[in-house]
Ligand binder design. Structure first.
Ligand SMILES: Cc1ncc(COP(=O)(O)O)c(C=O)c1O
Length: 463
């Protein structure tokens, strides 16, 4: 018989039993998925065609839908929530982060305006305060919660652009960008592609972006800064995406700001090193920056998607991103939409608050030190292997290569084909490399021992 949601005896009853069914399914996933291959095999991928059908004419049974997700969907996920995934920079999910995310999804709060959700506004404000303290930014710092570092950088660079143009009497609000005085952007040649993308969206082309030579780790030389002025934006990195390297913020930022430049730090995963007294030397000086972007879905291990923009010039961020309309009620507290591009937004502050409260300063420090220790363990296990370790202290990143590109790519393919672990490659300073990114709370020393063994075996076969 055809299922009809309109005629179901009680929608509430369906909801009541559907949610426990989803919970059971989620628990089964968490228990079993990480014991299976990290990436799906071809037979599983072939089953994805079971999803192919035209948009159904009539409603479907929600229990059957859940069951389809379990049977044909769950196995086709990448087990990035488990301990054996080292690709890109993909954090896992702490149980409290997932549980509080479920609650916040159930509440389905719109965090655009405080009037739309007092609890979302309250927790977002608290998270903003905690993060400002954690990163030792000034109290007045504006903090926006967005989908990820790409958007966080977009927000920060919008504020930078408008603010620098404002200084020379050009209002982008009124006059837009056509005919605006030129700005110069300086970025390391190792900059993450999210930055040029954000700049393109903001109207900057390649000819506005000046690439700065970096050292073997992807860092700018503080003694060799370009000629900056009050029409310049300088991009720095707290955690280069391959090497994990940090720029020398303490040296560079005061010099750049003395020349009038706006300094933005892309700290997508590395900014969290500031939470550990042992690793804080890497981030020394970050709080001097005009703006920073950082992800919570990476090192902090909250679910996707969750990024943060911090801007120590609150008026610049809010002027760049504000919106007004007669129907918007804006006198009830923190209105998150005024610090972010979106209007309607899910209430990311809820799981951020829960996760930060769960960890506390100590737990956060333990988390980032855990990643660092595991990276150190891998380095030491592979020190006498055929791999050359290319990065120095890369926080949670280990960058390796074999004697030539062919061997490196072959080893990478062998490791990926094993499906026991997964990690990704890149081209680093003209050389093919293997990147290992350790940022999942579930990864333990025994997993790193296993990873090292798989990698060493692949190196032997590939060389
Ligand atoms: C250094 C760096 N910057 C920016 C990004 C982009 O972040 P997101 O994917 O959250 O937009 C990443 C993602 O890996 C990154 O590692």
């Amino acid at each position: 018989m055809r299922f009809s949601w309109l005629t179901a005896a009680s929608k509430l009853d369906v909801n009541r039993s559907l949610l426990p069914a989803a919970l059971d399914q989620a628990e089964r996933y968490l228990k079993t998925r990480s014991a299976q291959p990290v990436v799906p095999n071809q037979a599983i991928l072939d089953r994805l065609k079971n999803f192919d059908e035209p948009l159904p004419e009539y409603p479907s049974d929600p229990f059957e839908i859940l069951s389809t997700l379990e049977i044909d969907g769950a196995a086709a996920t990448v087990a990035s929530t488990g301990p054996n995934y080292y690709g890109f920079v993909t954090g896992g999910t702490l149980p409290i982060a997932l549980a509080s995310r479920w609650i916040s999804d159930t509440w389905d709060q719109n965090s655009a305006l405080a009037v739309m959700s007092p609890i979302a506004a309250k927790l977002e404000g608290l998270v903003a305060q905690w993060l400002t303290e954690l990163f030792e930014f000034p109290d007045e710092t504006a903090v926006g919660l967005v989908s990820g570092s790409s958007v966080a950088s977009l927000c920060a660079l919008t504020a930078a652009r408008d603010s620098l143009l404002e200084r020379v009497g050009w209002s982008t609000q009124q006059r837009g960008l056509f005919g605006a005085p030129p700005l110069k952007i300086f970025a390391p040649d190792s900059v993450h592609s999210a930055i040029p993308k954000a700049l393109r969206i903001l109207g900057f082309g390649e000819e506005h972006i000046h690439s700065l030579a970096t050292d073997g780790q992807g860092r700018i030389d503080p003694k060799n800064l370009p000629q900056l002025d009050a029409q310049s934006v300088l991009i720095l990195q707290a955690g280069q995406v391959c090497s994990g390297a940090f720029d020398d913020f303490e040296q560079i930022i005061p010099a750049a700001q003395a020349a009038g430049a706006w300094v933005h730090i892309d700290g997508a995963f590395g900014l969290w090193a500031a939470a550990s007294s042992r690793l804080r030397h890497l981030t020394r000086g970050i709080a001097l920056a005009d703006s920073c972007s950082v992800d919570a879905h990476k090192t902090l291990n909250v679910p996707y998607d969750s990024g943060i923009v911090l801007c120590r010039r609150p008026e610049a961020l809010s002027r760049a991103l504000t919106a007004s309309a007669s129907y918007l009620v804006t006198d009830h507290g923190r209105d998150g939409m005024m610090l972010t591009p979106e209007m309607s937004r899910r209430a990311r502050g809820i799981e951020l608050w829960a996760t930060l409260k769960f960890l506390g300063r100590q737990g956060l420090s333990d988390l980032v030190e855990h990643f660092h220790h595991l990276a150190e363990q891998l380095r030491s296990l592979l020190k006498t292997s055929e791999y050359e370790i290319l990065n120095e202290d890369g926080f949670n990143q280990v960058l390796l290569a074999l004697k030539d590109d062919v061997a490196t790519d072959r080893a990478l393919a062998l490791i990926q084909d094993s499906k026991e672990v997964w990690l990704s490659g890149a081209t680093w300073q003209g050389k093919r490399v293997i990147r290992v990114s350790i940022c999942n709370w579930q990864t333990e020393p025994k997993d790193i021992t296993r990873l090292a063994a798989i990698m060493a075996k692949a190196a032997e076969r590939a060389s």
